[in-house]
Design a binder for this molecule. Structure first.
Ligand code: SAH
Length: 238
């Protein structure tokens, strides 16, 4: 059973690779895939790259070339929900593409020919990921629910307000999750995603994001992944 650990940022991938004693690099589609072990489990670690298309390609290669049977994503996101603060953690229950709009032919946000706008994550793997996050980072606030993705770094208060109005259930916004969720839906592969809130997707987002990446994000991701794959952990991914 091979698990893919997909990170959004270099800092996060480096922290995951530091936990792998034996990783070997394979380059496919210009991406560096690191095959090895983490706590004795077979793992392929890779950078998603930024944006929906790039993330979908990475996910497809993971399935087709590396035969992974689960995908776990760790990254950062902008907080949208009223109580979702910088430093909180969100485990996604489902994803939606906030910039997809083929109306009036299809309802806004619906992915044409799928008949749905939301793609659920795997309930069991998501529960394990949430348990791992709680175990690794006790005292950090954890939210679960809808995360939205689009090919835009949301960095103005006007845009985040518009998203909050249009999609009041959305806890956080990022740029990859919905694409990977759709690929995993197509292949019938369990997918789970955890995002640490790096900014509030508002006028201060750019500065907050940069500070957060350097100070917190990589430590959080590696700690959660280590807890998820630890042989003794109650949250151990099966
Ligand atoms: N120039 C930046 C680009 C990062 S894009 C850099 O230093 O590399 C932001 C990344 O973090 C994306 O992968 C996205 O998934 C996530 N993210 C964090 N905050 C976000 C926000 N407010 N809006 C959209 N994506 C966000």
């Amino acid at each position: 059973m091979t698990i893919a650990v997909v990170s959004a940022m270099h800092e996060e991938l480096a922290a995951v690779l530091a936990l792998m004693p034996d990783e070997h690099k394979e380059v496919v589609a210009g991406r560096e895939f690191w095959r090895g072990h983490l706590h004795g489990r077979e793992v392929v670690a890779v950078l998603s790259r930024i944006g929906k298309v790039a993330a979908a390609t990475t996910a497809t290669v993971l399935v087709e070339r590396f035969g992974v049977e689960r995908i776990v994503f760790t990254g950062v996101a902008g907080g949208l929900g009223p109580g979702v603060k910088v430093g909180d953690i969100v485990v996604a229950d489902s994803f939606l593409q906030h910039d997809l709009d083929a109306s009036p032919i299809f309802p806004r946000y619906e992915v044409p020919l799928y008949g749905q706008s939301r793609f659920a994550t795997d309930p069991q793997l998501s529960a394990q990921l949430a348990a791992a996050a709680k175990e690794a980072l006790p005292g950090v606030t954890l939210h679960r629910g809808l995360v939205i993705s689009g090919d835009r770094f949301v960095a103005t208060t006007a845009e985040s307000r518009a998203l909050q109005l249009a999609l009041p259930e959305a806890l956080a916004v990022e740029m990859e999750g919905a694409a990977i969720a759709q690929v995993c839906h197509d292949y019938g592969l369990p997918f789970a995603a955890v995002r640490t809130i790096s900014d509030r997707a508002d006028d201060a987002a750019h500065g907050d994001f940069t500070r957060f990446i350097q100070e917190v994000a990589s430590r959080y991701s590696a700690a959660i992944v280590a807890a998820l794959l630890a042989p003794t952990s109650a949250s151990r991914a099966s």
